[in-house]
Design a protein around this ligand. Structure first.
Ligand code: SF4
Ligand code: SF4
Ligand code: SF4
Length: 260
């Protein structure tokens, strides 16, 4: 199967959370008891039963206006997944599918959760205490390999969630960034390294989850990859490519840093 990419256009998200519900529905994930924390943002974090969620972000801009944006947090489906380094003792436990999906299999039960989680720069893996598995978004690999869109994309009525062949999505990203203006940019960097991409209409300093901290890879994966040229060259020319940033996963610290 050709490589696919999911692209999230922040500028079109209304925080309706149909994507959260669709993910639970397709993956048979339980609802969670939550409480009013003084925010419409709910639930407060990813969990074994919540594989994507809308993070509410409010920023006062230089002109005094308030920007209210919604960041759909989920696995970045890294092309060279750092989390696979935490599964070196059992290489088939975490696999990268041809479609670009990074999938945590049943065998993750046999892995050390803290070790796997420590490799993810984005704080994504969660332990399912019932099944013993380590879980996260699968990119709906069980749908996309049968020609269907991911359940969350199917449920999104605003055009915020987009999915398609990698080359098409890179062209889409390029066009949207141009249309959104000079501050618009793409996260994460470099975008060729990820199969989930976010289009950010404003400078990324307005989006706490787009501030990854550097993390040295304990071991570089041996895999070599051909660079994907389409889109990247144009974006690089437009000054939109930045240096790679990686963050050390610490869910408590990350939540503390991103709560606002
Ligand atoms: S379904 Fe689309 S518009 Fe609604 S919260 Fe999810 S990404 Fe945003
Ligand atoms: S975001 Fe984290 S869990 Fe997802 S593929 Fe990358 S390293 Fe693995
Ligand atoms: S791609 Fe599938 S598993 Fe991932 S957030 Fe969307 S519905 Fe959930």
């Amino acid at each position: 199967m050709e490589q696919m990419t999911l692209c999230i256009d922040i500028s079109k998200c209304t925080a309706c959370r149909a994507c959260q519900v669709a993910c639970k529905n397709w993956n048979q994930l339980k609802a969670e008891q939550t409480k009013n924390r003084g925010s419409h943002e709910n639930p407060p974090d990813l969990s074994a039963n919540t594989w994507n969620r809308i993070v509410f972000m409010e920023t006062r801009l230089a002109d005094g206006k308030i920007d209210w944006a919604f960041f759909n947090d989920r696995c970045r489906h890294c092309d060279d997944p750092p989390c696979m380094e935490g599964a070196e003792s059992l290489p088939e436990a975490i696999v990268r599918d041809d479609s670009g999906a990074v999938v945590f299999t049943e065998k993750t039960k046999e892995l050390d959760f803290d070790d796997v989680a420590s490799y993810c720069p984005y704080g994504i893996p969660r332990k399912d205490d019932v099944s013993g598995r380590i879980v996260k978004c699968t990119l709906c690999v069980d749908r996309i390999t049968h020609g269907l869109k991911p359940a969350c994309v199917q449920a999104c009525s605003t055009g915020s969630l987009n999915f398609g062949p990698r080359k098409e999505m890179l062209r889409f990203v390029e066009a949207r960034v141009k249309a959104l203006g000079p501050e618009a940019n793409v996260y994460p960097d470099p975008m060729e390294d990820h199969n989930t991409l976010w289009i950010l209409p404003l400078n990324r300093k307005h989006y706490p989850l787009a501030q990854a901290r550097p993390i040295p890879r304990r071991q570089q994966m041996a895999k070599t990859r051909m660079p994907i040229a389409i889109g990247a060259a144009a974006l690089a020319a437009a000054g939109l490519m930045h240096f790679r940033e990686r963050g050390l996963h610490d869910p408590q610290r990350k939540r503390a840093e991103t709560n606002h």
